[in-house]
Design a protein around this ligand. Sequence first.
Ligand code: ADP
Length: 574
Amino acid sequence: MSIKTKVAWGVTFLFALILTIGGLGLYYLHNLARSSQQILVDNYESMEYAHQILAACESLRTDSAVAMKSIETSLTLQETNVTEPGEREASLALRSAFEKLRNTGLSDSVVARIRHASLALENINMKAIVRKNGTTQETAHDASTYLIIICTLCSLAAFTFIVNFPGYIANPVIQLTNSIKSIAGKNYEERLHFDRRDEFEELAEAFNQMAEKLDEYEHSNLARILFEKKRIEAIIHRVSDPVIGLDEKSRIIFANERALDILNLSRAELLDHYAPDVAVNNDLFRSLIKSAASDNQEKTLIKAMVGHKENFFTQESVRVRYSPTGEKERVDIGTVILLKNVTTYKEQDLAKTNFIATVSHELKTPIAALQMGVKLLQDTRVGALNDEQANITRTLHDEILRLSKITHELLDLSQVETGNIKLDIRKTAPFDIVRMATEAVQLQAERKPVYLAHELAADLPPLLADADKTTWVLVNFLTNAIRYSPERGTILIRAARVGNHVRLSVQDNGPGIEARYKARIFEKYFQVPGTPMGTGLGLAISKEFIEAQGGGVQVESEPGKGSTFSFHLPVAVG
Ligand code: ADP
């Protein structure tokens, strides 16, 4: 039976109870009212007539006509109101006595007969009233009894209904609410069971169907995600370079075979471990996570043994962020460390450096011979040259000088690259370096011409430096400055103390350098496009020389506003 029908029946039942109690009450009330009415009409009036006849008897002697009339009227009315057994006989006796009185005239015996009959009438009706009153009392008593019984039954039924019915409706609703909450908490195994044949059972069936579908969906999704995870893992394992993944709490979540090889760790020793814990016992891993946290990771090469061979890697760390559905802020979800094996490039670079070193070394002797030859040709003691020959030999001299400079630079560079650079570091006065460099370029400056100005701080402390190499660097800065300065320009050489260092700088008012080239200016073989001659090695070697001495090089330049090249070296202590 459906809930709707049940509710309808329940309400109908309560309605029927109200109707029953009301109906019964009315019925008994009506009965009681009718009984008393009946007593009034049937008996009380007859008693009243008898009473009037008796009263008239008293006045028969004094006022005979009125009394007779009164008896006549009362008797006639009584005769129409005969209701009790014996009343008819009493009325007939009264009538015959009254007729006799009318016919024979007033006599005591007749009056006595009338009185007697009247009293008999009164008596009969009085008894009837007493009897009927008893019956009415009984009826009232019965009515109360029945009403009490029915009321009790109805109350019991209504009470049972009130106690049970709300639960009957509310309990399944509560159960349903709890089950929905459980589903919302991803417990898709939740099921509802109502053992009743109504709408709630249908509801439970629909709910269970929904839960089953959700369960199925969740599992199919999970399977898909697992599959995708496997696929990504397979890809990562196939990557030929080492890859390591950390989650946002620095737990290692994946690492491919290559990564395990270079770290010399097993999968179990790495995966699911807290990265700093692994770093404690593994130097390479420590340097990897250290540079993953710093910014200039690409610049340092990482050395690692693969098999028995030394390999070199560059590191790139990517911080992975994503925006969760419906949110604007991006959340950090981990870091991926990618290593690139650059051993082959490194080997090729070394081979190239060795080749350059050999070639430039081999070129030194023939160049020296060429220089000697040209010098001899230019010596008038050997023989006079005509103007054209003198011109040719001058050009030859310049070109040989250039060739010599290039071979020297290449040799220096190869020494720097192979780590064969020999430094003679000692206490050196900054003034000496400035003086030697200025003397070296003096002629060149005069030839252009450009002016060399100095701005040297007094009381500069001595430097810890290799005087020759540092002078070479300053000469290189000055040569560039002279080359790029306009004619009659001024080149300013400065020396000043900056903390524990002394900074030497060369400022020119040449064309300046565009921002996009500035970062690359100290790279090997780099030349700003469109600039004349040169090898692009001077600044690279300068940088290496200064850094090898524990200093650093800088450039400040803006197109059209000139350039300032500077380097700093540590002050000698004590
Ligand atoms: P190069 O021997 O070719 O001059 P460098 O390493 O000395 O090589 O210089 C590299 C590049 O830097 C040059 O090609 C030039 O364009 C630029 N450069 C160097 N010094 C200056 C300067 N003072 N003003 C403008 N450009 C400069």
